[in-house]
Design a binder for this molecule. Sequence first.
Ligand code: MN
Length: 407
Amino acid sequence: MKIVHTADWHIGKILHRHDLTEDISLFFDWMIQFLLEQKVDLLLVSGDVFDLANPANKDVALYYKTLLRLSALRIKVIITGGNHDSISLLEAPAGLLNTLDIHVIGGAKEDISEEIIPCYNPDGSLGCVVLAVPFLRDKDLRASLPADQAYDKTKMTEAGVRYHYEKLVNHCISTYGDEVAIIAMGHLMMKGAVTSDSEREIHVGNLDGLVADIVPDSIDYMALGHIHKPQKVQNHAHIRYSGSPIFLDFSERNYEKKVIVLNVKGKKDIQIVPSKIPVSRDMLRFSGDLESVKTQLNNFKNEKQLCAFIELDVVEDSFNILKVQELEEWREKTNSDTYKILKSRISFSTEGSNTSTNSFIAINKSINELSPLDIFRQKLDESKIDTEISTSLTEAYMVLLEELNHL
Ligand SMILES: [Mn+2]
C-alpha cells in the first residue's frame, strides 16, 4: 500500500497582505499529478487544512474542488483538524465526504473507535490501520485522564496525549490483531523540533514539546503536522513532520518543502521516502547596507512561476534619518512584475544601537507583523518582572488566546 503524508496546507494564508492562494493551488496541481504517477492509495493530511477557523468562501471552494479531484483519482483521503482549524467547519460535510471515501476527523471523538480507520489494498486485503488523531485540545486531554489523579500542566499534557494513543492502539489491536501496520496521525509540538515563525504556539504548560516516548511502540509510522519544516523527531525515522507544502513565511525560505511517501509492505516493514515539492515562488532576504541591497535587487532574476517575495534587511553603520527616508522612498518607487518587496527594515550597528533598534521597530515593524504573543512578551520584557511570574503570566495569556482562537 502506498501512502502520502502531508500537513499544514494553511489554505487562505495571507503574508503581509499578500494572498498565498496561487502557491497552494499550484501545490494541489502538482500533488494530484504526483499521486497519480506514484499510484498512491491513501493520502493523509495531518491538520491545519485552513489558516483560519473562519476561512473565506473562495478558500472553502478551493478545498472542495481539491477533494473532488482527489476523489476522481479514487484515492482514499484522511484529514484531521489542526490547531488553526474549526472542528465544526471541517466536520459539517463529513457524512457526505464519507461517500467519496474522504474521512474527516476535525476534533477528538468521544467514541474513540471513530478515530480508527482501516485501509484496504486494491486486492481487498487489510493494508494498514490509521489512527486519525486530530489536534488534542486541553479539554480533550483532561477528559481522557483518570479524574482521581492530580497533574501539573506539563505532566497533564504529556500523560493525556500518551493515554489517548495507548487507548487507540489497544482498541486497534483488539479489533484488527497485532500483525497489521499501524499508522498514527497527530498535530503536536514535539521536543527538539526546529520551528519557524509561522506556527501558532500550542499546548499551554508544555512549551518545549513532547518527548518521543509518548508514541507507543506498536505504532509503525507517525504522520505529524504543526511544524512547518519537514523533519524526523528526536532521530526516530518513523516519527516525522512532513512540513507545510509551501513557504508560509520568510523564516521558511531555506527549507526544502516535501511530502513523505510511505510504502507499507507489512508491520515494521515500511519504506519511507521524502519527495521534494517544486518551488513555485522564491522568498528571499537581501541584507547589507542600502547600496548593496539596491544592487542585489537590481541583479535579481526571477526564475520561478510566481513573482518573488523579498525582504530587505538594511544595516548601516551609524544612525542616519536620511537613510531611513531614502529606503522608504526607494521602496515606494521600486516596482516590478517579477518581485514584490513585502518587508523592509533598517538598523544601525554602532552608536547607541539599542535605541536605534527600538526606533527601527517603531518605524518599520508594523503592528500586524507582530503576533499578540510577541507584543505581550515585549511588554513583559519592558516591565522587568521576574522570570517565574512572567512564565505564569505568559501561560495564562496563552490560555486566553487559545480560547479566543477557538470561539
Ligand atoms: Mn500549521
